[in-house]
Design a protein around this ligand. Sequence first.
Ligand SMILES: [Mg+2]
Length: 347
Amino acid sequence: MYADVGANKAATREWQQTLLLPGQASLGGCGAFDRELLQERNRSTPHEPSPSWKVRMTQTIGMQIPSLDALAEEGLHSLDVAGRPRSSKDIECWLTDMDGVLVHENQAIPGAAELIQRWVDTSKRFLVLTNNSIFTPRDLAARLRASGLEVPEENIWTSALATAQFLKDQVQSSDSGNRAYTIGEAGLTTALHEAGFILTDTDPDFVVLGETRTYSFEAITMAVRHILAGARFIATNPDATGPSKDGPMPATGAIAAMITKATGREPYIVGKPNPMMFRSAMNQIDAHSETTAMIGDRMDTDIVAGMEAGLHTVLVLSGITQREEIVSFPFRAHQVVDSVADLKSQI
Ligand SMILES: [Mg+2]
């Protein structure tokens, strides 16, 4: 958890001064005790330190801690673990959601193409994330290109890739076998195949459920029987419905619920809001949470998972979330912008 900081530069400098112990020149040299306080501060609510923290900090440094909300300044949005304000210019790696952030119903959102180009021009590492496990990165790159966005396939990270990576780690770190029964499409089967799995309908170690448009009762029956026989139940993403031009369609979460009802077993779900999705993405581009940001349009998936993975979080209002809905959540993003068009100047 990182604390929100806001307001103006002078106030931020003044606040930084209040964090210094007597005789301490900068926060970079903060001692063990105030580091512990700062870590406690970061564990408390995003906007306001807890009363007990304020008392302890005030006793330590003999000064009042001003409200963090009063310290907001553009470009200074959060604190790193040592309490230093983080600027979006410090961000080295970017993760971004796709639908509602870069595209909306197959149309590029204004500013998205320029943002991606800016990342390329400034050699920023970035990944476009999607919970959709139907398509391979190559398919998705082609779909994005048709929408007017040039995203190389190696810059796309799907819940299917994250699931395959997770299962590969499971096999390597335990004595699990590598046989998987899958319900899903090319995005999932290709990812599992490339991760070294044998796709089989006899005696699998895992049942892996992904998104598909052609669920069959026969396949679901087989999944139920494999799980009852001891196969581990894994799902790529929890989404109950997915969009289509004619309206919502049942998605992975809905089919998982059917299998759970029949087996009494809950799946382990890898996609958002599991921070596992972000951790595997960061591993892929050798990113570190201290210098990585997540852009998303959903508070209950993108922002909460980004927050739990320790990232700088950016909520865009170009997708599903309206500004007035933010107050209904007990957490906040570090930054809220109308759309990605507002981010280009910060990179
Ligand atoms: Mg989205």
